[in-house]
Design a protein around this ligand. Sequence first.
Ligand code: GLU
Length: 921
Amino acid sequence: MRKIPPVCLVLFFLTLVGGIKKKTINIGIFLNDDDHYETSTIALTSVVRRINLYTKVEYLLRPHIFRTQKHEIWKTGQTACNLLRKGVAAIFGPEHPEINSMIQSISTNLEIPQFQTFWNPLQAPFVTNQQPEKPLQIFNLHPSPWSLSKALATLIRENDWKSYAILYESDEALLRLEQPLNQLHPNDPAVAFKALGSPENYRVVLKEVKNSGVLHFVLDCEVERIMDVLKIAKEQNLMTEFHSYILTNLDAHTLDWSELKNIRSNITALRMIDPADPHVKNAALIWNQNMKYDILDTVKNAAIQKELNRTRPKRRTYNDILPSKLLTKTILLYDALNLFISIFSELDSKLNVTLRPLSCESNLTSEHGRLFSDLLILKRNHHLLLQPLTGPITRFDTIGYRRAYRLQIVELEEAKFRVTGTWDSSAPDKLNLTLTQEERVTELKKKIQKRNFRVVSRLGDPYLMRLPDPPGKPLLGNDRFEGYAVDLVSEICKPQHLNCSYTFELVPDGMYGNFDPVTKKWNGIIKELLEYRADLGICDLTITYERRKAVDFTNPFMYLGISILFSKAVKAPPDLLTFSHPLSFEVWIYIATSYLIVSLIMFIVARLNPNDWENPHPCNPYPSERENIWTFRNCCWLTMGSFMTQGCDLLPKGISTRLVVAMWWFFALIMTACYTANMTAFLTSSRMGSTIESAEDLAAQTKIKYGCVDGGATSSFFKDTNFSTYHRMWVQMESADPSVFEKSNKDGVKRVVSSKRKYAFVMESSNIEYEMERNCDLVQVGNLLDSKGYGIAVPFNAPYRKAINEVLLKMQEMGLLQTLKDRWWKEKHGGGKCTKDKQSDDAAATEMGFDNVGGVFVVLAIGVVFSLMMAVCEFLWNVRKVAVRQKITPKAALIQELKFAVNIWARQKTVNAAISMEKFD
Ligand code: GLU
């Protein structure tokens, strides 16, 4: 025997006492002629049955349910007018906008409450355009466009979407998305709008969207079309884990998602109904039972019995109504009916309302409409006869929209929606998230553990190298490769870290990833990631600004900069002029010039200086003549002797001449010391011949060609630089014939080795280090031109990027990254060969240029100028003395002495009698 559920027994009990006469209340219900008509009818009749059987209510609810077609405006109008003649208490629906605006007008004119349970943006303009004295008769339990828009805005903001595309079916979507669009900052990336058009058009639209690279979507369409759009999105590879969707339709939860079971995209939706709510479950249970059991047929009251029979659902094939499949409008219809009868009974108990017949042609209004409206709007908390299924229905605003309600935020998880939070109209700017951030991270980690990462890379020592196949047994999968990248990924995937698995694949074109501005397409590893054929891109892939615009990168696992790889000079045979190498040619020229100038100055000063005019016959204390030994030849001899550190037997006596000589000695001392010291370094140095020291040196010459990897980060650096030297280098590289670009670092290194110092390769320092560990004839020239890092590239929005970053950080702190580097740089494949050579290179000496010794020249020049001034003073003092002794004017004495001084051939000077009487010292 079938077991009868307890709820039916309660109803049965109620029927036994239901034998009294009840007041009939007609209500008109207009339902859409769609797939949900039956479920809506069941929901309605359930309320009707429960109310009719509820003895405390003195009514017999009499619903008149009409199926409405979109085009049947006139017919529906007639039906409504016929119904009014019977005297109706309220009208529910209809949903079709055109029909609804007609019913709205009738309701408002005749003052009959109308309940709506659907999205109706036309309600606000209609209500505001009514005469002010007319009472509000339209009540909508569906969220108002404004508040639903607010909920979506908050959801988008909380998701932290910086850019997204709105895929919309009708222009009404823009009303729903008004608030999200308002909250955009002018600097935010633009939001793309894409009208979906007809279903045949979806593929074209989604293809365009895919090409634009957008990852976040707001999908606004009828619930029936959601699946069609998403299936095509899946086909277009737009349902990966990097994409996320927000569905604006409140009925998205009712769809069968099993077809999209394996999608990885995050799909979020909002819903008014909580299928897990016991009241909802109970209501659905009753609806199902109403269709199964005939126990209500035992009702004694004939009128009630008749009514029950009339409204019994007649489903041909029976399927259980599941709470999770209930449409918002259905459940709101239930609540609306419940609300109406609850308020009406409250009003009737006070005023005993009569439902008078009305006519569409007359202006006679209902008796209860205005009072009903006042009671519904003014009273805050209504006691409802049945438990409402969408939360408390407390208030309506002046337009007639329901004010307070709550939405659930649901996320698709293996073809089912699970609740991740709620949004409440009383606090519209925030979400109450039930799933914490930690829980999300834990979930993500679990998902990663199950994953096999598709890793794309390219061959290049020591990051990824192909292992030779053993005879007759070719290697497969990851076993084919070894290298730094393989070890790095395997470390990341170890059980103590991400506990994942991975599969290495080679990038088909072997390129790193370069953007072609003409075709507007990427190549290499970046292309693979952009087309979601790989999850990780790893090799010596430099993090650049341009690449970062297309894909995401993890934190760098290696830091480096651009530098120059060049061959060391081979020991040149000793040169005849080796002795001159410690000083540069220009310094030698400066020394020779200084030597001549100082000798000349010495000569002039000595002629001017009276102390250098000596007694030629020391035995004669009163000589008639004086002699000057400082001929130009002697001056040159003195300066030469002191420069050669040999000294000289002739020495000056005047202060100024001694000052000149002292300055020259100082100069000679420093120069000799510098020369000797640098000569020693030169003799012990292994480096010979001319070489380049920096990028500037390279740029300044044309003999040595230089190039870099074609289409890599290094070539981009030179191409995009604003720095003049590097720009000049780029121009030279581009114009070189034959081309100086190479396909890979390996080719570049080969060219450096084979070109015998006629080619330098500009490459990244990490790779230079690697090469220098193995080939001792190679050398890094100059410093790093920039500073950057290698990172693991991932598609934008990759959920595992954060987890990999954490592992990389841990590995860095534990020194694992350095260990890995040492293993592949210094230990494996011939590393560590050239450590000793490096030290001897460090001792290399360079010739001293003018910059090194310029100061000594300056000191010499200052000293000499000073001594010249001294010489002039001494000369003038002597002129004065001569004028006094010879009793001539100072001018005459000056002319006489000057004439003598400039006569460079005169070596003896006649001494005046008065002077000769003075004893010569
Ligand atoms: N690491 C470079 C890149 O990611 C390639 C080598 C280079 O340009 O020096 O493009």
